[in-house]
Write a protein that binds this ligand. Structure first.
Ligand SMILES: Nc1ncnc2c1ncn2[C@@H]1O[C@H](COP(=O)(O)OP(=O)(O)O)[C@@H](O)[C@H]1O
Ligand SMILES: [Mg+2]
Length: 129
């Protein structure tokens, strides 16, 4: 498993709450169906901070990629409640203005979540964190 990205990104408390639910759901799914539950599975979580221009709102981009996962055959009837999917594909865009994508790849789940965030503090900028 890799976790890789910059620290010092400020999130609003409302963002933290909803994002934590989404990450919890992704992790629960990875344990139940994916990379954490399978011996050959691998999970890479990376994130980047994007500041398009001084005046524009910065973005946090999260990339959740599972690999080495044995997935159910294509066209297999869906299992589960679909609540995790619903949270990521509908609640995050609605509550946080996030852009999300959740794909069932042949090697595992690939999920991207992009969220508009607060600007970083001056201290963080100076440290380049
Ligand atoms: N990490 C994963 N790896 C493989 N399949 C997954 C993964 N996450 C979700 N799925 C598939 O997508 C379905 C929907 O997931 P979700 O919406 O979280 O519902 P639930 O967790 O209740 O099954 C799961 O039942 C499973 O078949
Ligand atoms: Mg789930």
């Amino acid at each position: 498993m890799t976790l890789d990205g910059p620290s010092g990104i400020l999130l609003r408390s409302s963002t933290v709450q909803t994002l934590a639910m989404a990450l919890h759901e992704l992790m629960t799914n990875a344990v139940k169906y994916g990379a954490i539950g399978q011996p050959a599975g691998r999970l890479d979580v990376r994130w980047t901070y994007e500041q398009p221009e001084e005046t524009a709102e910065p973005w946090l981009h999260i990339d959740w990629r599972e690999s080495g996962v044995t997935m159910p055959p294509q066209g297999a009837s869906p299992t589960g409640t679909g609540q995790g999917r619903e949270l990521i594909e509908r609640a995050l865009p609605y509550q946080l203005n996030a852009r999300t994508c959740l794909e069932m790849g042949v090697e595992g789940v690939h999920c991207t979540i992009s969220i508009p965030v607060s600007k970083r503090t001056g201290a963080d900028r100076r440290d380049g964190v």
